[in-house]
Design a protein around this ligand. Structure first.
Ligand SMILES: NC(=O)c1ccc[n+]([C@@H]2O[C@H](COP(=O)([O-])OP(=O)(O)OC[C@H]3O[C@@H](n4cnc5c(N)ncnc54)[C@H](OP(=O)(O)O)[C@@H]3O)[C@@H](O)[C@H]2O)c1
Length: 440
């Protein structure tokens, strides 16, 4: 007679935060409990759900008895095996994760802001030192399986460059500006009405959110400890429909790119900026609030991961994947692989090379073009083409649009400053890098 198999062990999880992601995760854990037991090898039980305000109304599926406003006690409760941090921000999330790791409990988090800070670097080191999982698939590009792909599937690969559209709000705005010829402010208002942009959109439109994700990617893809403030960043607020139209005429699409790339053997560049991407490039077809990450490796060549970068359910899906990993690892007394840390430095942004698109509004009189061209030449920036366009609102002025050959960023910045200082130049408009023309 065959013996009945022993009952699956139980793993108890503390869920910290019950907002968009936390509430979706709780629903997922409840509705798929049997499947999750098969997948993870344990029955996953919710030990408690920590929130800030116990009086706030919660979705019906969140049992009142599970709620607590004492996250610190829940984390160190001896019956809790795994901690899932979905509060966000630096504190108290940082202290709660530290307490969990110090008591040997694996942590799953979606907190990009914390992970891309110096405390995030310290927490990763602590987890490594203690031999405990700190997993964060959901922190970059929501539902897209990116961290695990870089950390595990591509672990034998020398990654040359990771380039992504990692902010859905800005991608939505740029897509609609291109589709409808609408100006930035009008599309931003529409995105806010649709719930795709925050009331205060600064973190998205100025590139802070993308910079945090870029810092995390630098660690996962290249093994460098980078924090958000290390990442040079430009947002999309200066981009007008005229720039997008010009890009379209030359078969480019304007995208906000997060870029991490190797420069030589022991330097990397990590940066966020808008760029004109050729329409033929796979990233150019990523529309609306979707995210995508394009990876280039020495042997694997080019590959792209695409999907929903935000939202309660997509993000909770990535958290679930990490939770199942952490559960299996706990049962198997092991941890997920972590990228080997590399000693190295960030390449100075001023030395990066790119072709540029630049617009300036100048006095419409003889001699001005000569003055302007001289400024480019004095700073080693070579003009590839120049076009003058008529704008009804520009009385007595002309708008000049330049495309340059590849130039050093430092030289380009000096050119812009020198142009702005000319009496004949009334306004320096958008400056956008042209992707793919770095090396000529
Ligand atoms: N939403 C997304 O699309 C998305 C995508 C990717 C990553 N993420 C990341 O996922 C995390 C959670 O995001 P979210 O959108 O779910 O945030 P959220 O909707 O603002 O929810 C935050 C939750 O944390 C709770 N909280 C705040 N302070 C607390 C404290 N001191 N102790 C215990 N609980 C506390 C809040 O409690 P109350 O409910 O009582 O206020 C709330 O339930 C963040 O790190 C975010 O960056 C989110």
């Amino acid at each position: 007679m065959t013996q009945p198999s022993p009952p699956a062990p139980t793993v108890r999880v503390a869920v910290l935060g019950c907002g968009a992601v936390g509430a979706a995760l709780v629903a997922h854990l409840q509705s798929r409990a049997d499947t999750l037991a098969v997948q993870s090898g344990a029955r996953i039980e919710i030990a408690g759900v920590a929130v800030a305000d116990l009086s706030r109304a919660r979705p019906a599926h969140v049992e009142k008895d599970l709620l607590t406003d004492d996250a610190a006690s829940l984390v160190v409760d001896p019956s809790v095996d795994i901690v899932i941090e979905l509060i966000g921000g630096l504190e108290p999330a940082g202290s709660l994760i530290r307490a969990a790791l110090e008591s040997g409990k694996p942590v799953v988090t979606a907190n990009k802001e914390l992970l891309a800070s110096s405390e995030g670097v310290a927490l990763r080191a602590l987890a490594h030192e203690r031999g405990v999982d700190l997993l964060y698939e959901a922190a970059v590009a929501g539902a897209i399986p990116l961290v695990r792909v870089l950390r595990e599937s591509l672990t034998g690969e020398r990654i040359r460059r990771v380039m992504g559209i990692v902010n859905g709000t800005t991608n939505f705005i740029l897509t609609k500006m291109a589709d409808d010829g609408t100006e930035y402010a009008e599309v931003l208002a529409r995105a806010q009405e649709l719930g795709l942009a925050e009331r205060d959109p600064t973190a998205d439109v100025e590139g802070h959110d993308a910079a945090a994700k870029t810092a995390i990617l630098a660690g996962v893809a290249m093994g460098y400890d980078v924090v958000t403030s290390d990442v040079p960043r430009e947002g999309i607020t200066h981009i007008g429909s005229v720039d997008i139209e010009f890009a379209a005429r030359f078969d480019y699409v304007v995208k906000l790119l997060a870029v991490v790339e190797r420069i030589g053997e022991d330097e990397i560049s990590a940066r966020v900026h808008p760029a004109m991407v050729p329409k033929s490039h796979p990233l150019a077809g990523v529309r609306d609030a979707y995210n995508a990450v394009f990876i280039e490796g020495d042997w694997a060549g080019e590959l792209m991961l695409y999907g929903q970068g935000a939202g309660g359910q997509p993000t909770a899906s990535a958290v679930m994947g990490d939770l199942i990993d952490a559960t299996r690892n706990r049962l198997g007394r092991t941890t997920s692989p972590v990228p080997e840390r590399q000693p190295g430095s960030l390449h100075p942004a001023a030395d990066l090379r790119s072709a540029y698109y630049l617009t300036i509004d100048v006095e419409d009189r003889p001699g001005v073009l000569g003055l302007v061209s001289t400024v480019f030449g004095q700073h080693n920036v070579s003009i590839r083409s120049m076009e003058q366009i008529e704008q009804e609102e520009l009385i007595g002025l002309a708008r000049l649009i330049f495309l340059t050959h590849a130039a050093r960023e430092g030289d380009m910045n000096e050119t812009i400053d020198a142009l702005a200082a000319l009496d004949a130049v009334k306004r320096v408009g958008s400056t956008i890098r042209v992707f793919g023309d770095e090396e000529e």
